[in-house]
Write a protein that binds this ligand. Structure first.
Ligand code: SAM
Length: 292
């Protein structure tokens, strides 16, 4: 009857026994706040009908909470030194598989087909290694695996950008690209004190749920990200100046751009942060159709 892995006493005991010191280069900040550890599966609404993918189980604190509530859990851990630790801490849970893999290099469809039965919705949950937050978000968004929900702990500042609404300072390319596919909610603010070692900045838990009715679909989804980033290249400049910066100053190009913006009823003098997600998608579709 061990205390939970994420309790302060148990975490300390595990770290001591294995002589572990957190590897900064791998983004290791272990959660040892039980209130937060209990909140994460709640936010993801994990139940016995769900299979769960975890990125970076660490010493297993969150994995344990997921294992208790989920059908099956598959967790990707890059740090070889943690494998014997996880083998011991998660020994009581027969529904957990630890894969020693770099999540970013993993063949997700193949591995999940191997370890999950395909009859349960798949959710993905992680206290992210912060040095690869954006590559992980990109990789899950582009993955052929569709996740019923994604719940990620990330730096507060990044969480605010992911969830930001138009006309705010935090709203930018990241907000548009994520919110094109997902409803994004900043579910919980988490103090830096909830981790060992404590990082310098606070964190937050973000919940992403696939949008069911996407009103405006990108005709070339692969090109949406690049286009939106270019629109935000200079936030203080107008949308018009950003577009001219992207497509060039030729009179014919400017005339076509003008027609597109008029048709879409988008004022060229707006700053990029004034456009909604749908407006960015409409604009991307129109400039691509016009072959600009
Ligand atoms: N889940 C644990 C917790 O909440 O206490 C640990 C979270 S810690 C912020 C991030 C974890 O991701 C570490 O265990 C680290 O070794 C692992 N990690 C880092 N890069 C990874 C990668 N590319 N693929 C899989 N795991 C990775």
């Amino acid at each position: 009857n061990n205390p939970e892995i994420g309790s302060q006493t148990r975490t300390r005991a595990i770290l001591n026994r294995y002589h572990l010191s957190a590897k900064k280069g791998l983004g290791q900040n272990f959660l040892n706040d039980l209130a937060v550890l209990h909140a994460i599966p709640e936010i993801a609404a994990v139940s016995k009908t769900d299979d769960v993918v975890e990125i970076g189980p660490g010493i297993g604190a969150l994995t344990e909470q997921l294992a208790q509530r989920a059908h099956q859990v598959v967790a990707f851990e890059l740090d070889e030194e943690l494998l014997p630790v996880l083998a011991e801490t998660l020994a009581p849970y027969s529904n957990v598989t630890i894969l020693h893999q770099d999540f970013l290099q993993a063949n997700l469809p193949e591995l999940l087909a191997k370890h999950f039965d395909g009859d349960h919705p798949i959710k993905i949950v992680a206290n992210l290694p912060y040095y690869i937050t954006k590559p992980i978000l990109t990789s899950v968004m582009q993955s052929p695996v569709s996740f019923a929900a994604m719940v990620f702990m990330m730096q507060l500042e990044v969480a605010e950008r992911v969830c930001a609404q138009p006309q705010t300072t935090d709203y930018g390319a990241l907000s548009v690209i994520i919110q094109y596919q997902y409803e994004a909610e900043l579910a919980l603010h988490v103090s830096h004190k909830s981790f060992v070692p404590a990082p310098k900045v606070d964190s937050a838990i973000v919940k992403l749920i696939p949008r069911d009715g996407i009103e405006v679909t990108a005709s070339q989804p692969d090109r949406l990200t690049g286009f939106v980033r270019s629109c935000f290249a200079h936030r203080r400049k107008t949308l018009w100046n950003n577009l001219v910066g992207l497509f060039g100053k030729q009179a014919a190009t400017k005339a076509r751009l003008q027609v597109i913006l008029t048709e879409l009823k988008i004022d060229p003098k707006l700053r990029p942060q004034a456009l909604t997600v749908n407006q960015f998608v409409q604009l991307a579709n129109a400039v691509q159709a016009a072959d600009l």
